[in-house]
Design a protein around this ligand. Sequence first.
Ligand SMILES: [Fe+2]
Length: 301
Amino acid sequence: MSVAASGYLRIEASNVDAWMDFGTDVLGLMDARREDAQGARFLRLDEHPFRFMIEPGDGDRLIAAGMEYPTAAAWQATCDALAAAGHEVTPGSAEQAKRRCVTAFASVKDPSGNQLELYHGRELDYVPFNSAAGVPAFVSSYQQIGDLGFGHFVLPAPETEATIAFYTDLIGTGITDTLYPPGMEGVQITFMHANNPRQHSLALFNGPHPAGVVHIMVEVETMDELGRCMDRAKAAGSHFLATLGRHVNDNMCSVYLLAPGGIAVEYGYDGLLIDPETHVATVSTEGDLWGHEYSFPGVNE
Ligand SMILES: [Fe+2]
């Protein structure tokens, strides 16, 4: 296993300004204020140059997820293994790498069609994190700046078994937990960790999703910061997709909000850290210790 962390997300937004307002005013992320020829804007949550690239487009969906490798050699070995297994691996140009603030990257699709950008050599500019909403910090570091990744994300994986194998055998994740949520016949969510202590860096849902991502998660350091975000979300009129609750497997105490355009964002604190070398994969038949009552717009709100 060699993938280091979930590094960044590229998100297509039909209203980039609205997404940025949500990102800064409600979530408390930092506008990186970077110029971009293609009209993208960038959100930071730590010393990394950006964690979310918000790109203008017709829809609201995940474009690609950036996965970080610890060395050029580990990255190259992964690209070679993917190509040898018959996957189309497309190297990024120097100009495209510069836009992503990485030394090199390559694009590949998983068997369910999710686009990944595998990279190594992220540039750190050490600009201090400064949240206009007053969030002191997001949880992204353990032993080294940003080594826990930005948080986690959940991908649709209708080609479930092939997609799980793609990540465990080729990308380099380990399975942390497999959840069969009660009352949701046939639903399976496979939680996976990278080579860092975050309990899961990504998860796979065994069905399709129109946004190309089931949810993304960012983590703050205290209950009070979560509560303050809930106040900001209420004041901004954000839709709460789920009430406050605590997950069983990563212990995350969180709420779920809908970003403008409909991508779900989990905002949590108190996430579990594991030893990725010794973790024993579990199977859960309950998703939450308490809370997390869902209200889908137009369905059961
Ligand atoms: Fe989550």
